[in-house]
Design a protein around this ligand. Structure first.
Ligand code: NDP
Length: 433
């Protein structure tokens, strides 16, 4: 606590995990003796660096870059890069810490890390984004590699940014080391379904939770927040499985479309034009935009927070509960505040925490690494079916651990315990390092 006393998001994420581990630690005192907890909360390495670049008006700009290499007991560090003005060391540490456990749940032999910058890609030209990415990689190149640390995308980092980062890596090293980054274009080393994987995966996870309890997602009305990569493909999968997603949002507000969000229009606005969600309501008859406000006020049977941390607070949880929500699955990382999680669980709402529910993205990134190493290329159907199997396994492992440690259906306890045991065993076996 003392060492990270001003790291609010990191402390929140660490408490969320540590507070659930009492039953596991009672069964495994050897983890305590080996100092696993103390070692887990301290990153193996943290890199903070200057990222200078020149904007279109020929002015020098400076941002701060981060890479936190949290834990490599299970494999090379793996986790995305976030470009957003809210990025601080605390945010990167919380994301990196979560990533250790998420990656363990995928059973793909990858460690946990995260990085990013307070650079804001919104409103920047393509050339400015390229110059920024090139400068960012000029330092990052010293710390990554296919067996060392493999970054990917996150908020503000999609296919365009990964392309510029990879190009600069290739130029600086003279190597086409495809496995150094994931989320690449499918024409140059990227895997099928990586773009869709997090959003598809969270809906598969939600469907598994619902099926275990009663009926799947078919016929259900879904409330989705966000309109980026995760939200878009969560909406797509809800529709493919016979549900209806009626909302999408960004930091300015949300849209409601009772006929179901029109995916083609959403992708055109957000992925092609890089516009705002309000443009959707301007162009879709029958849809309306709510400026500001909380998307959780809209009634639905399932809810998928897919935007950012702490976006679903106690008021949002109360609104969802009073509208009869049955299940919540986190597409974003830590979008639900601790108080909101308690309210939902106490009300009997099924709750799928992000480190389990949104693990499909990084799991598919690990499949991309395998394909890069073997120079294979799997087709879309094969990749999607692997993703579906992995999400089923993640769900089942979390559920089984929730039963084993005395709270069947508590997926927070289940996911944390199952992941922790996997990481702790490896840390104990490898000695005090
Ligand atoms: P994108 O950048 O594609 O989209 C982010 C969305 O969230 C946008 O709609 C954005 O709106 C909104 N948003 C971002 N920051 C804020 C904020 N401070 N307040 C309100 N809205 C905000 O990111 P992704 O879809 O990739 O990521 C979304 C979440 O999912 C993040 O928590 C990320 O860590 C998590 N995640 C992503 C994975 C992936 O594979 N991409 C994997 C696992 C988790 P606006 O444009 O207005 O900022």
């Amino acid at each position: 606590e003392q060492r990270g006393s001003n790291e609010r998001e990191f402390l929140q994420a660490a408490h969320e995990v540590l507070d659930t581990l009492t039953p596991v630690l009672a069964e495994h005192p050897e983890y305590l003796e080996a100092g696993v907890l103390e070692r887990l909360v301290e990153p193996e390495r943290q890199i903070i660096f200057r990222v200078p670049w020149i904007d279109d008006d020929d002015r020098v700009r400076v941002n701060r870059g981060f890479r936190v290499q949290f834990n490599s007991a299970l494999g090379p560090f793996k986790g995305g890069l976030r470009f957003h003005p809210s990025v601080t060391l605390s945010v990167v540490k919380f994301l990196g810490f979560e990533q250790i456990f998420k990656n363990a749940l995928t059973q793909q032999r990858i460690g946990g890390g995260k990085g990013g910058s307070d650079f804001d890609p919104r409103g920047k030209s393509d050339r400015e984004v390229m110059r920024f990415c090139q400068s960012f990689m000029t330092e990052l190149v010293n710390h990554i590699g296919e067996d060392i640390d493999v970054p990917a995308g996150d908020i503000g980092v999609g296919g365009r940014e990964i392309g510029y980062l990879f190009g600069q890596y290739r130029r600086l090293t003279g190597r086409h080391e495809a496995g150094v980054l994931t989320g690449k274009g499918t024409g140059w080393g990227g895997a099928q379904v990586r773009t869709e994987a997090t959003g598809y995966g969270v809906v598969y996870f939600l469907d598994e939770m619902l099926r275990r309890a009663d009926d799947g997602i078919e016929g259900r009305r879904a409330i989705v927040s966000g309109s980026g990569n995760v939200a878009t493909y969560a909406i797509e999968k809800v529709h493919q499985l016979g549900g209806t997603a009626v909302t999408a949002s960004d930091s300015s507000g949300y849209v409601v479309d009772e006929s179901g969000i029109d995916l083609e229009l959403l992708k055109q606005i957000k992925e092609v034009e890089r516009g705002r969600i309000s443009d959707y309501a301007d162009r879709k008859p029958g849809a309306h935009f709510v400026d500001g406000g909380s998307v959780w006020d809209v009634a639905g049977e399932v809810a998928l927070p897919c935007a950012t941390q702490n976006e679903l607070d106690a008021d949002g949880a109360r609104a969802l509960i009073s509208n009869g929500v049955r299940a919540v699955a986190e597409g974003a990382n830590m979008p639900t505040t601790p108080e909101a999680v308690s309210l939902l669980q106490e009300a009997g709402v099924l709750f799928g925490p992000g480190k389990a529910a949104n693990a499909g993205g990084v799991a598919t990134s690990a499949l991309e690494m395998s394909q890069n190493a073997s120079r294979e290329r799997w087709d879309f159907a094969t990749s999607e079916s692997r993703l579906h199997d992995i999400m089923r396994d993640v769900h089942d492992a979390a559920y089984a651990a929730s039963e084993r440690y005395g709270r069947p259906g508590d997926y927070v306890l289940g996911a944390n315990s199952a992941a922790f045991v996997t990481v702790a065993q490896a840390m104990v076996a490898q000695g005090v390092i």
